[in-house]
Design a protein around this ligand. Structure first.
Ligand SMILES: Cc1ncc(C[n+]2csc(CCOP(=O)(O)OP(=O)(O)O)c2C)c(N)n1
Ligand SMILES: [Mg+2]
Length: 562
């Protein structure tokens, strides 16, 4: 066999193996050295190829796709700095436990270290951010019996107990265009991920901590289903503090949405101090809630599938590594209706009801949209079955604090490393993989940071409705002590960072439909139209702080009067 044909057969074997294991999305950026793999991917009918010019954008789109599907996206680029541009998304995928198979083409060994063009050291390029690194070597027909095993190992490393990115470096020798011959035969691989019951001892230990105590359930990303949480909460007579990304923010009086608002009210925060917390998945974004949990000095059980414990405040007293739905079921088999004092849940429900009334009355029909009002309206206006990507920093918080029920949506965010990079592209990936209407709620700086995500968007089959909150800078910083301790000029120079960019013109340059809105009714109407489109809402950073303060003061007044 000619060497180009061996290379083509090698690539076709890897692609066949990954598609047999479930890969469906391919993202690639153009380049020459990656030709053999690009051709193999394009020839595979089981997967869809999406081309992005900018590797950073490509990698975040791949991340968004994997976040949506839960299976690895295949991501390919050429050699050199192209590969380095994947790094931020690889880090996010690592922290957020999103499976990615990152393929970087490379020059063969004889061209390394001698100044050959577009050649850098790609060995372990992503350092500790990948679950595994493999350099497969120049394709060699004598090793064809190993090819599928290597591909399987890569897949298993990306989809293991702690999913994440895997880096495969692919040195290719010229000529790069060949014909694939027969592929080596495939052997089935087993991927065991069945939920196992908790060991009896751990289960009785867990249950003994819950029964008859003043407790709360906290539901974050990776929580149990709303049905399982409902049964657990009813049995224990506890509230469920639920954030949108859990997927369990249902319309129920025991499912608490506005804890951030009412826990700012000291007497309420004190009265609702728990003895025990059971947290499913990742913590909420709210600092107020984190501080309240710290002060409570209660026991905290954390339940999740990942062996990696997120516990920056070191409050966890028991870590249960298991499927959250299975844990709920196991607990309910043991625990009969709990004898917790009815006043406990009643106090939560009353605080939530008061907050809901205040928040609805202030935000539901604004003549001049506030940022909390935008977040609330975007969630409410998107159709059932839509996805909603929210950016750090304020959008993800405003949605958590002020949105109503969100279980009609799939809410996603890049909160592994909380970057404001790659957010537009991630949302493009979500829209492409879901095939459903997708909203993106994003600030102006994050939008500008990744405006390359808009490149060719109008040609993609993506119903993406982008809502940009344009406060001409970083609004989050106005909530920090810097705002009041620094002179305004210095604050604006280093933190506020106004840029004066015409975001509508930028979107226009990409041929996208653009609308500017200023009232709730206009925003609602704009969100009904199909994408891809950009909806711009102008706000003001100082007024935004005031509006948050006003909301919290109104909630506090309602609680005082209750
Ligand atoms: C990649 C990256 N760079 C910098 C930061 C620090 N940072 C956090 S929020 C923020 C400003 C965000 O501004 P914008 O997107 O307009 O949202 P707003 O704060 O106005 O809601 C910055 C620069 C970050 N989180 N990630
Ligand atoms: Mg901003």
């Amino acid at each position: 066999m000619q060497s180009a044909d061996v290379t083509a057969t090698f690539c076709a074997t890897f692609v066949d193996e990954w598609c047999s294991l479930g890969a469906r999305d391919v993202v690639l950026a153009p380049g020459s050295r990656s030709t053999p793999m690009a051709l193999a991917l394009a020839a595979e009918s089981r997967c869809r190829v999406h081309v992005f010019h900018d590797e950073r954008s490509a990698s975040f789109a791949a991340l968004g796709m994997a976040l949506t599907r839960g299976v690895p996206t295949l991501l390919l680029c050429t050699s050199g700095t192209a590969a380095v541009n994947f790094h931020a998304a690889v880090v996010e995928a690592s922290h957020a436990e999103v499976p990615l198979i990152v393929l970087t083409a490379d020059r063969p060994p004889e061209l390394q270290g001698i100044g050959a063009p577009q050649t850098i050291d790609q060995q372990r390029l992503f350092g500790v951010a990948v679950r595994s690194f493999v350099d497969v070597g120049v394709p060699d027909d004598d090793r064809r019996s190993e090819w599928r095993r290597v591909a399987q190992r890569v897949w298993l490393a990306a989809t293991g107990q702690r999913p994440g990115p895997v880096h495969v470096n692919l040195p290719f020798r010229e000529p790069l265009v060949g014909e694939a011959g027969d592929l080596p035969a495939r052997e089935e691989v087993r991927q065991p991920r069945a939920a196992r019951p908790l060991p009896t001892e751990q289960l009785s230990h867990l249950c003994s901590r819950l029964v008859g105590r003043r407790g709360v359930v906290v539901a974050g990303v990776g929580a149990a289903s709303s049905a399982a949480l409902t049964r657990l909460a009813e049995t224990l007579a506890w509230p469920v503090l639920v954030e949108p990304r859990s997927g369990a923010r249902i319309e129920s009086e025991c499912f608490i949405r506005h804890a951030d608002a009412f826990l700012r009210h000291e007497p309420t925060a004190k009265a609702l101090r728990p003895e025990v917390v059971i947290r499913f998945g990742a913590p909420h974004a709210s600092k107020v809630m984190a501080g309240w949990l710290r002060d409570a000095e209660c026991e905290m059980v954390v339940v999740g599938e990942s062996p990696f414990l997120i516990d920056p405040d070191r409050r966890c007293t028991m870590h249960v590594i298991a499927n959250p739905d299975a844990v709920c079921e196991d607990v309910l088999k043991v625990v009969a209706r709990s004898a917790a004092a009815p006043a406990w849940l009643g106090g939560w429900v009353a605080a939530e009801q008061s907050s809901r009334k205040v928040i609805a009355s202030l935000l539901d029909d604004e003549a001049a949209l506030s940022e909390p009002g935008v977040a609330r309206t975007v969630a409410a206006a998107l159709p059932r079955g839509a996805s909603l990507m929210v950016s750090s920093s304020m959008p993800v918080r405003d949605l958590e604090w002020y949105a109503g029920a969100t279980d009609h949506l799939r809410v996603l965010a890049n909160r592994g490393a909380n970057g404001i990079d790659g957010v537009v592209s991630s949302a493009v990936g979500v829209a492409l993989a879901s095939g459903a209407p997708t909203g993106l709620l994003i600030g102006d700086i994050a939008f500008l940071h990744d405006s390359n995500g808009l490149v060719a968007l109008r040609h993609r089959p993506a119903d993406l409705r982008i809502v940009v909150i344009d406060n001409d800078g970083g609004g989050i910083f106005s909530f920090l002590p810097q705002r009041n301790t620094l002179a305004t000029d210095r604050f604006e120079q280093l933190f506020g960072t106004p840029h004066g960019t015409d975001l509508a013109a930028l979107a226009n340059a990409h041929g996208l439909a653009v609308e500017s809105v200023s009232t709730t009714a206009q925003l609602r109407a704009a969100l009904v139209a199909q994408g891809p489109r950009v909806i711009v809402v102008r706000t003001n950073r100082d007024r935004n702080v005031q509006q948050h303060d006003d909301l919290h003061a109104a909630v506090a007044r309602a609680l005082d009067g209750a």
